[in-house]
Design a protein around this ligand. Structure first.
Ligand SMILES: Cc1cc2nc3c(=O)[nH]c(=O)nc-3n(C[C@H](O)[C@H](O)[C@H](O)COP(=O)(O)OP(=O)(O)OC[C@H]3O[C@@H](n4cnc5c(N)ncnc54)[C@H](O)[C@@H]3O)c2cc1C
Length: 288
């Protein structure tokens, strides 16, 4: 199918982009277009004006500092995946991006576009919640910074107002010594996850000192697994897995069901991913 007729503009500044969105009946930001264009082609989304942000100066910047990595809204997933400095400070960026689609998609798709799109099965929104990322947006009333957990509200639903543009996302550095694991079950490599996990685990003397766990493809938005985090604290690998599995299942009590999997399957897989991530962290002692 072809999309319904729409207008296209290519502003050169964020304020021009905001003005164009504010003036439009149904304006949408175009970043990499890897999710938006198929949705338009299938007429799943109604767009009167496409506001292409690729010419906005500075939006393709990736800034690596000891405290974190800031990714501009036009920076592609491939660019961030290839950045050794970014991977050293926030290892989760590289390990998450390896799971995102295929090379062709990552060459156009953006990190910020994935977060703004808020697909419940996407890796990057879950990583953003796991590391406490901050999303910066600009709109008609100025700029604001939103914590990832407050930005991602549900399936394809964020805290963005209609005329707001995500300008960048800041991912804080991983704690020293932490191991970041992004693991998932999908039907084929490169497909969206049926169920996935981002885990940031601090092993000390072969024991889990702390764990930050976020599930994706399980609920409408990235799901923090607080009971499994508590169950993993002090876990040493040789303990029985059952307490961890039960805790993860309790966290995912509201897991959804669709044509790909039952809710029960998702709960079981999530628990298995948590145990697998903890064993990997205890065995490696260094980020993959
Ligand atoms: C075959 C295929 C497989 C894929 N597999 C995966 C996968 O395994 N994991 C995964 O995570 N993703 C996957 N994707 C999606 C891919 O990662 C997309 O690139 C991403 O979801 C959207 O990024 P984009 O830059 O292309 O955004 P676009 O498609 O341009 O935009 C997506 C949405 O976000 C909004 N948006 C984008 N940028 C901004 C901004 N700066 N401010 C405000 N709103 C904005 C748009 O208006 C639109 O509503 C896949 C896509 C395809 C086609």
């Amino acid at each position: 199918m072809k999309p319904a007729p729409f207008e296209y503009c290519r502003p050169s500044s964020v304020s021009e982009a905001v003005d164009a969105l504010a003036a439009a009946e149904s304006g949408r930001v175009l970043a990499g277009g890897q999710s938006l264009i198929p949705a338009m082609n299938f007429r799943l989304t109604d767009v009167s004006v496409l506001v292409d942000i690729r010419d906005v100066a500075g939006l393709d910047r990736v800034t690596v500092e000891p405290g974190g990595v800031t990714v501009g809204a036009a920076a592609t997933q491939s660019r961030v995946l290839a950045d050794d400095g970014a991977a050293a400070v926030v290892p989760g960026l590289r390990v998450a991006l390896r799971h995102v689609g295929h090379l062709q998609i990552r060459n156009r798709g953006t990190v910020c576009g994935s977060i703004a799109h808020a697909d419940p099965a996407a890796e990057l929104p879950a990583l953003a919640v796991a590391v406490d990322a901050t999303i910066s947006v600009e709109g008609p009333d100025g700029g604001r910074n939103i914590a990832a957990r407050d930005f991602l509200l549900g399936p394809f639903w964020t805290a963005l107002d209609d005329a707001e543009v995500v300008t960048e996302v800041c991912f804080p550095a991983a704690p020293e010594g932490a191991v970041t694991v992004v693991d998932e079950i999908s039907r084929r490599a490169g497909d969206f996850a049926v169920t996935g996990l981002v885990a940031i685990i601090e092993p000390v003397d072969a024991v889990v000192r702390s764990a930050r766990l976020v599930g994706f493809g399980v609920g409408g938005a990235p799901m923090r697994l607080t009971e499994a985090e508590a169950a993993l604290s002090g876990w040493a690998g040789h303990h029985t897995d059952s307490a961890v599995l039960e805790a993860a299942a309790a966290d995912a009590a509201d897991a959804f069901e669709d044509i790909h999997a039952t809710a029960e399957y998702r709960r079981e897989v999530l628990g298995a991913l948590v145990v697998r991530a903890a064993r990997k962290a205890l065995n490696s002692g260094a980020s993959p």
